[in-house]
Design a binder for this molecule. Sequence first.
Ligand code: ADP
Length: 297
Amino acid sequence: LMIYLTLFLAHQIVRPLNRFVEYTRRIARGDFSPIQPAKRYKDEFSRLAIAINWMLDQLQKNQELYIQSRKMAAIGTLTSGIAHELNNPLNNICITTESLLDELEDLPENEKKKRLQDIYAQAERASGTVRNLLDFTRVDQPSFVHVSVHELLSSALRLTKHEMELSNVELKYLPAESGLLVQGDFGQLQQVFLNLIINAIQAMPRGGVLSISVGKEDPDQVRIDIADTGVGIPQAVISDIFDPFFTTKEKGTGLGLSISYSIIRKHGGKILVNSQINHGSTFSVYLAKSSGKRRPE
Ligand code: ADP
């Protein structure tokens, strides 16, 4: 009878415990729906269930508050960024036009031409900002073709070779196999790798090593790591770097990473970042591997 009683009691305790283990897994997956006490009468487990439900309620409220405050912060950065990016060239246009009008009679022809060129350059700069913004929000699908990963990386490296030399950056790149393909828009993907490589170079103002590696352990996707040995990203801002107009650079636009993020998302991939202050950062781009056969329409 004692053995039976012990087994019965152990069963009564272990079964609800297992249920609670399952609940914790569900909560960890982000499902905050309340848990139901299994028995109608009250015991320690139903009190625990009530306490967990209260905790879930608080967690959900805090998460909503957090998401809302992140959205507000992103809108704030976006608005002040647009205002700043457009205000600067517009101000310059106003000042130059004003001076041109004031001194129109007295200025020599070449000075008039120079000021008009300044106005044109500033207008171009403003329209570049608007173009970037449109690129960022554009919903149209990229035109997918089979893109060779090696071609993509080597073309981005060719375009940044000069900056690398100027900044004393050593490149370590083991060329990806020529047959390694992804489905994508060559121009847009090239823009992503250009942004990542330029950011990496700029993170190493006193030189360093830029390592580019291509991982293909996964049969379905390619992982491209762009790693630098630069200044690193402070933990406090790492969640902001993909926000439009977030920049820590004096002449930065803060658009490179947000545009890259949206391009990679449109390609069904993802970008992850790992960084250690004063040791460097690694940006990992994941893209679906292409078999080289045409995709069914
Ligand atoms: P920008 O380069 O114009 O500032 P980005 O959107 O490309 O805009 O980058 C946003 C910010 O992210 C940068 O200002 C910088 O603070 C940070 N960042 C991006 N890449 C790196 C990197 N490789 N190392 C350190 N910080 C980086």
